[in-house]
Design a protein. Sequence first.
Length: 283
Amino acid sequence: MVLENISDTALWVAVYRALESERKDSLFNDHLARKLAGTRGFEIVDKTPKAMSGSWAVVVRTVVFDEWIKNLIDQHKIDLVVNLAAGLDTRPYRLDLPSSLRWIEVDLPAIIEYKNSVLANYTPNCLLERKTCDLKNSEQRAQLFDELNSGRKRILVITEGLLVYLDTKDVIDLARDLSTRSSFIFWMTDLNSPSGIHAMNKKWGKDLQKAKSLMRFAPAEGATFFQPLGWKIELLKLNTIEGKRLKREAKFAWFWRSIGHLFSAEQRARLADPTKLVLFRKI
């Protein structure tokens, strides 16, 4: 078994960021990604069937979120960024951020300990803290959110690559917990489509299931799922459209577009329902 737990997916994603950073035409420079991915991350990618087929989507998501984060800090005076299930993200080290900005990364104890160890000799560009929390534990989550909300004015929350691994009830509880804290103003996340979940679980489901990290959450109604939970759509971008803009698309994307007229209506509907990158604002 290559994947052992949910935290191993962070090593997998770090490999994507490392390889993108090493391209001559790289869209970002994550100089710490290879170090964080380590030999285990590359082993996971080498031994997982079709592992690299998801790299373009992660790269596109990374770039779009980078753009949104910088704009929100500049235009909306965000004074705290909270990255939930931060994994091996290194934005505090690689983005040009105000030195006074507070940034808090939240994850499970094992990954926080690993990250602290690997990055001990590196200095972030802002005021970075790391906190441990099991986000599925309602008591731990409420205590953390109350602590973060206290005394803050404008908080941006990031859940990058998290929601897809949660049950619908867990997502609802998380969304409500965020919306009831006065300082949590913006929330940035990615949302997978039902057809996308089906395709990814078809490729990697057996491995993910063994690691107890099967992909689950993909609301048929898309981002409007969150409106009754206190969140309205501020910005929404489709991964496929952004991939074309950034010249990072799925393999043979041009080919599938060219023969789209040959597909059935149901098949075209599935192709037209890609991953969504969403910035929510509290209602």
